[in-house]
Design a protein around this ligand. Structure first.
Ligand SMILES: *Cc1c(COP(=O)(O)O)cnc(C)c1O
Length: 356
């Protein structure tokens, strides 16, 4: 739905909290920047968006998303280059994916102008909240939820779109221990696995708690039908280096989220001349490759952790330990290559970086 009001009103805070922000001691998700964007959808159209001082929301207890879960989000990061300019990594791709999620969840699409100009204006206004130390960033969270004040079950007609931001510290990812789950599922054919819907996260909390109790960090999810084909780790896409090839599950079937980091990694690998395969990968293939000494590297990809190395995989009592991460060529190269682009240290030949 196209909004007639394309200009975004800005109401600046008179009470900045920037002095609470200590770039040397960032606790992710605790502190939010001074401003937020908010826009409402009703009668089939988006109203005027405003950027205003960060504040709490107040809502009717029957607000429909709380009960029936029409709620989606995105995750994007802005980085600071050596000149002190803000660089946002591939936000257009998040905008497109946001609308893919919106469609599947029966929610209105958010116009490009509202998402992109809103995001850029917000980041420009709060750019002093982007830390500049290596590895740090400003995490950007666009989200939309259904706001009908109605407890009856039906697709909602009113929605709120917002963007908030929070500084993120350097993400040191020690290799994670992974439990290959063959009982719980994250996504199934015909479901919402390919969307960034709040409910996908809600449903993963209990299985995650359970594997943490067993001493693992994260789950490698398998398919819902045979529990044989690997999908994602936790809320990250997953890659394996088998021999001299890189393999990752394909997106066919709608059970895997099309990560922006995943897409970027595939592009960088292909440009470097490394063979990459997007195809179904079974746990049996991984076990076989491990036995042959061919399972060289395994890692998750996502905006939060960037590249998260996998230290071990456990499948039905069988522990597969990967070689020491310091010896990995591909994951370590990818992480550095991505960071060079994000922090503007190399030419942005892919046009991935957007300045607000
Ligand atoms: C967000 C997310 C990812 C990673 O996507 P990026 O765009 O790379 O951040 C992967 N899997 C799931 C389930 C996700 O929600």
């Amino acid at each position: 739905m196209i909004s007639n009001n394309t200009d975004i009103e800005i109401i600046k805070t008179t009470d900045s909290r920037i002095n609470q922000f200590d770039p040397q001691n960032i606790q992710f998700g605790k502190l939010y920047s001074d401003h937020m964007l908010i826009a409402h959808y009703e009668n089939g159209a988006w109203g005027k968006a405003t950027i205003e001082p960060f504040r709490n929301l107040s809502m009717h207890p029957a607000t429909t998303f709380i009960h029936y879960g029409q709620s989606i989000f995105e995750g994007i990061k802005a980085y600071k280059n050596e000149q002190g300019e803000a660089l946002i990594f591939r936000p257009q791709d998040n905008w497109k994916r946001f609308n893919v999620s919106a469609e599947r969840m029966g929610m209105p699409s958010v116009p490009e102008h509202l998402f992109m100009e809103g995001l850029k204006k917000l980041i420009a206004l709060d750019s002093n909240w982007i830390p500049s130390e290596d590895g740090t960033s400003l995490y950007i969270r666009p989200f939309m939820f259904a706001t009908d004040e109605f407890i009856g079950v039906k697709p909602a007609e009113q929605f709120t779109f917002m963007i908030i931001t929070s500084p993120a510290g350097p993400y040191y990812s020690k290799p994670v221990s992974i439990y290959v789950h063959d009982e719980y599922t994250r996504a199934f054919p015909g479901g919402i696995g390919y969307t960034k819907a709040a409910g996908n996260y809600g449903a993963s909390m209990y299985p995650t708690m359970k594997v943490r109790e067993m001493g693992y960090d994260q789950i490698l999810w398998t398919d819902a039908v045979e529990h044989k084909w690997v999908q994602e780790i936790g809320t990250m896409n997953v890659f394996f280096v088998i021999g001299d090839k890189v393999v990752t599950p394909d997106l066919v079937g709608g059970t895997i989220l099309a990560g922006v980091t995943r897409m970027s990694v595939l592009t960088l690998l292909k440009e470097k001349g490394i063979t990459v395969e997007e195809r179904p990968i079974s746990i049996l293939e991984l076990e076989e490759a491990f036995k042959q000494g061919q399972l060289k590297e395994a890692f998750g990809t996502g905006t939060a952790a960037s590249i998260a190395p996998i230290g071990s995989l456990t499948y039905q009592q069988h522990l597969m330990e990967l070689p020491d991460v310091s010896t990995w060529e591909i994951a370590n190269w990818l992480k550095a290559a991505l960071n060079d682009i994000r922090y503007g240290r190399v030419a942005d030949t892919h046009h991935w970086v957007v300045k607000p």
